[in-house]
Design a protein around this ligand. Sequence first.
Ligand SMILES: *[C@@H]1O[C@H](CO)[C@@H](O)[C@H](O)[C@H]1NC(C)=O
Ligand SMILES: *[C@@H]1O[C@H](CO)[C@@H](O)[C@H](O)[C@H]1NC(C)=O
Length: 468
Amino acid sequence: MSLTMAPQGLLPSRMALRGMLLGLLMVSCFTFCSSHQNSKEFALTNPEKSTTKETERKTKAKEELDTKVLEVFHPTHEWQALQPGQAVPAGSHVRLNLQTGAREVKLQYGDKIQNNLKESKKGKRLDINTNAYTSQDLKSALAKLKKGAEMESSEEDKARQAEVKQLFRPIEELKKDFAELNVVIETDVQIMVRLINKFNSSSSSLEEKIAALFDLEYYVHQMDNAQDLLSFGGLQVVINALNSTEPLVKEYAAFVLGAAFSSNPKVQVEAIEGGALQKLLVILATKQPLATKKKVLFALCSLLRHFPYAQQQFLKLGGLQVLRSLVQEKGTEVLAVRVVTLLYDLITEKMFAEEEAELTRETSPEKLQQYRQVHLLPGLREQGWCAITASLLALPEHDAREKVLQTLGTLLATCQDHYRQDAQLSRTLASLQAEYQALAALELQDGEEEGYFQELLGSINSLLQGLR
Ligand SMILES: *[C@@H]1O[C@H](CO)[C@@H](O)[C@H](O)[C@H]1NC(C)=O
Ligand SMILES: *[C@@H]1O[C@H](CO)[C@@H](O)[C@H](O)[C@H]1NC(C)=O
């Protein structure tokens, strides 16, 4: 459950959110998932110590977070920023930091009322999980709320608060007090129903619809919430929104779906049945703004990862052809790198599943059967991905090259004959080898063992070895 300020009290946070949304819409050309949340990461680094290389590495890490669908997040007792695509275990405490735009997570813990009070004073989101509360907690939360609402802390107030703490009052009375303070208790499901209704209503403006999707994305990061979304038909509404003629609606619908699918098999299965895969592919195959395609590609990654049945369907529906056209479009290098990363993830995921099955002899044979039917590598070879991937090595960014090198490595067995005859690839690899030898030497001079450039050089060397 969340405790949210009702209309009047809600205004500051709603307005902040709206302001942020507008900001997001304006800079949407470079936002993928939640790039806005990286500002904090950079603020934490000491600018004097940050070398170009470190910055590069951070960019790399950031990129990774952007492209990969990550595992379930493990919260601690400290607030930690939630990265795009991460799923949160049930019962975690999640908040939206309106100053940085980051979603933050921690374990439910006793001192949360105090924290919530602090946050609410700073004008941040007030989010109290009432499941874990006793009436005493509620009462002291109320006392603090009142205190916060009336004036800043004073000695007099502290005394009054202590007095209030001695009292016990039934929950109905507390609710009345909350009502007086314009506070309503709304469960996450109620909030999601409200947002879906807002989005689904023909009387809502485009801006309201986008705002509803934007808010919804915040809730579906929690696995339980994402499953609840499908239980009342909300997921299908969002999937159907991919058919919208409005690129922004498509974009933010994909944003919600990417979060909802992530590491959530139940939702992934429903999404496949609800036709999400076809719709995502149609968007990627047609002319759309880059920002829309980025989010849609993200949703596609979320849907395919760890779900071999979806991967089979993807291949059947001609997904590889769609991705090929996407990569070959002009001005979509950023998408090309993400596509290559997705392919790398899918190839290695299948390899790991097979290895694991061999080692343990325990993994569900059904899942292994599913993976066996994903004929990804032959498909990649037939459709020219050997050459496409090799050509992407010409990209100038280190992190892009790193992704391409990784993928070339996993394609080596499949594409070996092709690569051996590819003179351009040999030239590119030789020139990259020289470039990274120099950079790796500088790294070593700095006393850095196992540096980033040494790693890249290692990949190049082993590729060259494999091609001999
Ligand atoms: C969305 O709206 C359509 C008609 O406009 C309606 O049939 C459908 O039930 C609504 N869905 C939800 C989940 O509210
Ligand atoms: C969405 O569009 C697809 C084709 O792009 C079409 O087949 C499907 O019927 C549409 N679905 C809805 C709910 O409009």
